[in-house]
Design a protein around this ligand. Structure first.
Ligand SMILES: [Zn+2]
Length: 212
């Protein structure tokens, strides 16, 4: 009995409060995701399941939760939204989590399905968006990102890397990189290196981006 308690106790201590705040995730998003996988990765996918290897942190560049959520909720990218990525297909962008400024964690979609949030690596990556901009993300968001990363490490032992979106191009020569179109790149500055360093201080066992 005692042994049972000591085995179970750490699991109880590490319970993470996650609000389910789903984006629209119907047949259309699944079909558009398969189209994206075919177009960008040259894979005829029967499903959109992923085996996560990388966690990618982002910020939304808006201080408002509802504005941030509104960018991710629809299945299809709106024509006017993002001209720089419109050419990359009509699947809307999304991430698996969205963390509000007070640290509240929202899960937006199933964790084992592909989201569009990082060129070249979507098929290997879980994405975490944070409401806010460079250098104004809150200590509560740092704590919640650390908690999500730890939660994902236990859930998916396949995860090897933790990176900021601004580091994604470091993977271009890595076997995990899948993008076929060498002209399809966007410059990313999210989140800040300071935020990444604070989150990294709270976690262990993960590699950073393979930059030279
Ligand atoms: Zn980003």
């Amino acid at each position: 009995m005692k042994l049972f308690f000591f085995l179970i106790f750490p699991l109880l201590v590490f319970s993470l409060e996650i609000k389910q705040t789903p984006i629209v995730f119907g047949e259309k998003r699944v079909d558009l995701t398969k189209e994206y996988i075919r177009l960008h990765y040259g894979i005829e996918a029967k499903n959109i399941t992923i085996e996560p290897k990388i966690i990618v942190l982002h910020h939304t560049a808006s201080d408002d939760f509802n504005v941030s959520f509104a960018c991710l909720v629809d299945e299809e990218l709106k024509n006017s939204d993002r001209p720089e990525i419109q050419a990359g297909g009509s699947l809307n962008v999304s991430t698996h989590f969205l963390v509000d400024r007070d640290g509240t964690i929202h899960q937006l979609m199933p964790l084992d399905m592909m989201a569009r949030h990082v060129i070249g690596l979507n098929h290997n990556a879980i994405g975490i968006e944070n409401v806010g901009s460079n250098d104004d993300l809150t200590p509560q968001q740092v704590a919640s990102n650390i908690a999500i990363v730890k939660y994902l490490q236990t859930k998916f032992p396949s995860i090897e890397y933790l990176i900021g979106h601004y580091e994604y191009q470091c993977f271009e020569k890595n076997p995990l990189w899948l993008e076929k179109n060498s002209d399809y790149r966007t410059q990313k500055h999210d989140p800040s290196p300071r935020f990444m360093s604070e989150v990294r201080q709270g976690v262990s066992g993960l590699k950073g981006a393979p930059c030279e």
